[in-house]
Design a protein around this ligand. Structure first.
Ligand SMILES: CC(C)(COP(=O)(O)OP(=O)(O)OC[C@H]1O[C@@H](n2cnc3c(N)ncnc32)[C@H](O)[C@@H]1OP(=O)(O)O)[C@@H](O)C(=O)NCCC(=O)NCCS
Length: 224
């Protein structure tokens, strides 16, 4: 086989493998919820996912550092990434397990959900949707996938989520996914340094399990 042809063949088979993979393995996690597939992103899928949260309306709540935000000119390109393409990728945050949200019917990357270390050192979930996927109730599926990742893949018996006071769409979506309001610190700090008032939510599972995917081994047992 000519090297150039082999490259195309490899990319096609790679895409097929990524899109048909149904179970977790050492390379990543897979969670399915109806038309949405959540899984460990490739580098290009991650770029698309970051673009989903880079618009000013999302940044109003997410508060990323400027260097993490995909600028307006690049956003449209990033959002056109075809799911299943791109090389393997490792999260820039070593204490975060990130899943890209893919709309299988539209064949698009439409958001990101993560389970990561919160300010108290315990597990937190959070995420965001692409602009045109907000306002349709898909936040429930997004955060429900975060719970499945935490409890049924990472073996975590409890996971928290914070929302800025006033982010009603986030609070309602977290509750629709099954999280309950709990007490917590009055504020939290966003990545850009802004300190915001916080609502806290929590979900517990009595019998969490670990899958064959990469594990969040950094959580201290005392906080689980
Ligand atoms: C937060 C987010 C995931 C929520 O998902 P969503 O699917 O867009 O949520 P919706 O807009 O459908 O709102 C969920 C519910 O809140 C209600 N709601 C939303 N904004 C509201 C408001 N200002 N006042 C009253 N109710 C409101 C909706 O009517 C809906 O009600 P329902 O459950 O009875 O149908 C999504 O909007 C998003 O990605 N936002 C940008 C980033 C972000 O804020 N991330 C979370 C950081 S903590």
């Amino acid at each position: 086989m000519l090297p150039a042809t082999k490259g195309i063949f490899d990319r096609l088979t790679r895409r097929g493998r990524l899109m048909t993979k149904r179970t977790c393995d050492r390379q990543g996690h897979v969670v399915r919820d109806g038309r949405f597939l959540f899984r460990t992103p490739t580098a290009w899928e991650y770029a698309a996912a970051v673009a989903c949260g880079s618009d000013p309306a999302a940044q109003r709540w997410l508060g990323w550092q400027p260097g993490s935000i995909v600028d307006e000119l690049s956003r449209a390109d990033a959002l056109r990434v075809v799911p299943g393409t791109g090389p393997d990728w490792a999260s820039p945050d070593p204490q975060s397990v990130d899943l890209v949200m893919i709309d299988v019917e539209a064949n698009r990357c439409v958001g990101l959900v993560s389970v990561h270390t919160g300010e108290d050192g315990g597990p937190e979930t959070g995420g965001y949707l692409a602009p045109d996927y907000r306002g349709h109730g898909h936040g429930r599926a997004l955060f429900a996938a975060g719970l499945v990742l935490a409890h049924d893949h990472l073996g975590l018996p409890r996971v928290r989520a914070g929302a800025e006071v006033g982010n009603v769409a986030s609070a309602r979506s977290l509750q629709a996914a099954g999280l309950a309001r709990v007490a917590g610190p009055p504020t939290y700090r966003l990545p850009d340094g802004r300190v915001t008032e916080a609502w806290w939510f929590e979900h517990a599972a009595p019998r969490p399990v670990r899958c064959a995917g990469p594990q969040a081994t950094w959580f201290p047992a005392s906080l689980l």
